[in-house]
Design a protein around this ligand. Structure first.
Ligand SMILES: [Zn+2]
Length: 91
């Protein structure tokens, strides 16, 4: 699998570190123990397209949001985790 970093271009997977599902959001400071438990420990096991966070430690050290099909490893979008610098694969 290769990832097209919006800052470095297409690079091999070994340069990146998988950080997991991009969907969970940190709960508010007083959200309660159950909300914190769910945020830290519970994740969906998605079979299909999902947004993931990846870290380009072997390159620009940017945090990226990668939209990937977990069944085929097809990547349809890579963008900076903050949303800037989006790069569509094949564009
Ligand atoms: Zn990069």
């Amino acid at each position: 699998m290769r990832i097209v970093c919006p800052f470095c271009g297409e690079r091999e997977l070994g340069e990146f570190t998988y950080l997991g599902d991009a969907k969970p959001k940190r709960p508010a400071a007083h959200a309660g123990e159950d909300a914190v438990y769910e945020y830290v420990y519970l994740r969906d096991n998605v079979a299909g397209v999902m947004d993931e966070h990846w870290y380009h430690g072997g390159g620009c050290r940017a945090w990226l949001k990668v939209t990937r099909n977990t069944l085929t490893h097809e990547i349809s979008l890579v963008e900076a985790a903050a949303g800037a610098g989006a790069a569509k694969v094949g564009a």
